[in-house]
Design a protein around this ligand. Structure first.
Ligand code: HEC
Ligand code: HEC
Length: 248
């Protein structure tokens, strides 16, 4: 008796959840899609019909893909609708106006979204950094000559006079700021623009960005020249770069 009641309640709950989903789908369609595809999915002019549509009833992935990312005059909804909402609106369309296809669930939408994002991440070309294989060793040698008297060989500095460079957020920040400081100095920090060439500054800054717990992309002589000329590198610390040789 109790058991039958429980089952009945459970079935009612599923029916209710289904009804809510269908309702959501209809509401989302009315808000976001009907202006172009018309309220009954008949389409008009350049807006294709979604009613009685082979494409709509076909493979799930291409259908999800066009709603997430748009195509031509069809806007992308990846930023506007979450996975549940995309699933709901597509399920609504796939089960209305002469369409009779399987519903689409939020997990499948999430799969398509993630696959696309992974592809985009791979497409970012790493910045080529032109350095010799032994840039880390060269950087260390030049650092010991030019910087260690104040910042110490272990990068711990002598606070408060000489700040530590070890485990330092500024050192690991945007490379152009570190390069600018090394070139032009500041307060008690001497300028090195006149005494060190671009290659040496590239090796030193790459070294300090990767020594003593620091981790940030290295830089090359061409980048130093850009900053020397007053330019910006427009590279974030997280920009993927090639990291030749040692110190990887
Ligand atoms: C601003 C107008 C506009 C809105 C809003 C819009 N669409 Fe579209 N949609 C288009 C156009 C235009 C195309 C044709 C794109 C092409 O192939 O160049 C299209 C194509 C499609 C297709 C492919 C149909 C086929 O047979 O190839 C689907 C599916 C679709 N839209 C679904 C939706 C859904 C779902 C929404 C709401 C979340 C929506 N669209 C909102 C304009 C719109
Ligand atoms: C004569 C001592 C001296 C030498 C040599 C020196 N620095 Fe400095 N450095 C300083 C002082 C002092 C400061 C703090 C400047 C300030 O108060 O703004 C500083 C600051 C810095 C900072 C900023 C740290 C932070 O957290 O803001 C960096 C990075 C840096 N130096 C790198 C170098 C590099 C690389 C070299 C070698 C090419 C070098 N320094 C050589 C004295 C020195």
């Amino acid at each position: 008796m109790t058991r039958r009641l429980t089952i009945t309640a459970f079935v009612a709950l599923i029916a209710l959840a289904g009804a809510t989903l269908a309702q959501d789908g209809a509401a989302i369609y009315a808000t976001h899609c009907a202006s172009c595809h018309t309220s009954e999915g008949q389409g008009m002019g350049t807006f294709p019909a979604l009613a009685d549509s082979e494409f709509m009833q076909g493979d799930e992935h291409p259908v999800i893909d066009i709603v997430l990312h748009g195509r031509g005059a069809m806007p992308p909804f990846a930023g506007t609708l979450d996975d549940d909402e995309v699933a709901a609106v597509l399920t609504h369309i796939r089960t209305s106006w002469g369409n009779d296809a399987e519903p689409i669930d939020a997990e499948t939408v999430a799969e398509v979204r993630e696959a696309e994002e992974a592809e985009e991440a791979e497409e970012i070309e790493p910045v080529e950094v032109d350095l010799p294989e032994d840039w880390f060793e060269r950087g260390e040698a030049a650092y010991l000559m030019s910087c260690a008297a104040c910042h110490q060989a272990d990068g711990e500095g002598i606070p408060p006079a000489f700040p530590p460079l070890a485990d330092n957020a500024f050192v690991q920040g945007p490379a152009d700021e570190l390069i600018r400081l090394t070139l032009h100095g500041r307060a008690g920090m001497p300028a090195f623009a006149g005494t060190l060439d671009n290659e040496t500054i590239a090796h030193i800054t790459s070294y300090v960005r990767n020594a003593w717990g620091n981790e940030a992309h290295p830089v090359d002589a061409e980048m130093i020249e850009v900053v020397r000329g007053g330019g910006d590198l427009e590279l974030e610390p997280t920009t993927p770069t090639t990291r030749p040789g040692a110190g990887e």
